[in-house]
Design a protein around this ligand. Sequence first.
Ligand code: UDP
Ligand code: MG
Length: 312
Amino acid sequence: MTRPYVSIIIPVYNEEKTLQPLMERLYPVAAGLQKPFEIIFTNDGSRDRSLEILRSYVAQYPGVKVVEFNGNFGQHMAILAAFERSSGEIVITLDADLQNPPEEIPRMIAEIEKGHDVVGTIRKKRQDPLFRRVASRIVNITTNKMTGMQMSDYGCMLRAYHRNIIDNINQCGESTTFIPALAQTFSSNPTEIMVGHEERTLGESKYSFYRLIRLNFDLMTGFSLVPLQLFALLGIITSFLAVAFAVLLFVRRFMIGAEVEGVFTLFAILFFFIGIIIFGIGIVGEYVGRIYQEVRKRPRYVVRKTYGFEEP
Ligand code: UDP
Ligand code: MG
């Protein structure tokens, strides 16, 4: 078999409803490229019929391959496992839920062929709940500030990468990561294009509020030390203010005498600072926890079986 020119990578977690409509739209696009291609699905521990459906595709559609995880390791690990097994010159990532139209793939390939090494996408008229859109905007702005990168839409996983970028990512081996940001750190000539976005009509979002927060901590702590540095700065400023306040109290003690009123105000101020301290410890904890995970060197994910890959 010839080496694929394009690898299309799709993480799948309980997507039995969307897989068939996805294949019906994606496969003609891939075949229409007129170049050798592979489509790699990672089954991220689905508990529905997804794996069964994917295995039937391996027999039915040439070029389809499946990596089966032994549990749920998350979207980013699912993509990394497929990266390691991909061989295309150009690698595309895509969600399984058809929120990103597969018809955009040829445009993204054209951008890579123009010499860009990463093609990011911006979702025009994003069809997600208001809460998700507002939260994303905040994340995009703060992440750009903190990491010094420039990306308009961190959350959109419809992306194309040149093989050089994938080879670099494969060497990283970090156990918590955020792929678009990681790719950006290796990129020398990135670009962004506008793509369509659709509402999820089949199945439901796999990200609960809690998982979204976890994911954003991965992004913040994985690519920036600014949260820690901000706390150091805040500590310095508070110390100066505290000294000034002590001097003021000392002077008043001599001018007015002993004062005891305003105790509740004092409590309010105290609680405010205790809140900030706990928050600070929490942020330090996020970094320490990740360092701990990293030093234990346990496998990031466990592959139970693969289907459709050539025997080595
Ligand atoms: N996904 C995954 N593992 C997970 C969560 C999600 O492989 O633990 C996959 C999911 O099947 C989908 C993609 O990641 O293909 C994006 O998930 P989803 O559409 O639920 O995210 P949203 O669009 O709500 O951000
Ligand atoms: Mg989605």
